[in-house]
Design a protein around this ligand. Sequence first.
Ligand SMILES: [Fe+2]
Length: 351
Amino acid sequence: MNTTPPPDIIRSAYAELIVSDLAASRAFYVGVLGLVVTFEDDDAIYLRAFEEYLHHSLVLRRGPVPALAALAYRVRSAADVETAADYYEELGVRVERRAPGATRGIGAAVRVADPLGFPIEFFYDAEHVERMTRRYDVQGAGAISRLDHFNIVTPDVPAARDYYARLGFRVSEDIQDDDGVVYAAWMFRKATVHDIALTGGAGPRLHHIAFATHERSQILHICDHLGTLRESDRIERGPGRHGVSNAFYLYLLDPDGHRIEIYTHDYYTGDPDNPVVTWDVHDNQRRDWWGNPVVPSWYANASTVLDLDAHPMALTERTEAAESDVTIGADGFSYTRRDDAETGFKLGTQV
Ligand SMILES: [Fe+2]
């Protein structure tokens, strides 16, 4: 166990994705999603959403293998970057100090190979750029406000939950069964449902990155826009209402198959006694409040993760039951619910 305290993490801040074709990615992230280009050249595009004043919340970098290159958390101060280095050096994992500008727009930072196998960056200093909150002259009908969270696939959810708890993240919701198997957990630093979601499965893999809008109408517009472009096959799942988080959601696949969620209407979690909501894995309303089935690809597919040398990480299989096997029948369309009278289980039981 560490004697060094963890860094004071504020929130999930940016992701760096490797993409195979920058022009195709630009057409999706800028042309359809409307993200703002802070900087671009032949190797990378740096993007932000309309309310963000840091240099970027997404870096798309051209490379041979579509993959996740880094997930970055912002910490409270420059001193916390040093704390992060000390914390992970004591954990015994690889720690890489990055000079200011190693990632354009980002100051001194630390990248680590975290115990779950993910390349994680901690930074504080970052270049400020125009916050376009009131730039209604350029915001489209599907305007995206900000990055909201990351969702990662990892084989042992309780171990991952405990690791993140030691970093100061708290659980808002999770999915379990009667035997205590934990299938997924949602954890936060900022006062929303999550900064990081832990999805049980072969990992490390990136399940998705989520951006927030203010309104459901903006999500619906993105669907309409894709329809007009005859690219509705980019819509993997939704739009719909989650049970977990209560958010209205849409899952899209970018040109390389990286999954992007557009997300709105979750809830405030900032009080110290915020109740945890535990869902039963057999409750079909946990993933979609309206009971729509989850498409099998959503459970099966996720992005490759790179190590700090840009090599794909080997996968570790999950040994416990998989949520997809529990809830998707062989036909892919089973519907299950719990009988409250019989089990006493209630939706959103607070523990
Ligand atoms: Fe999500």
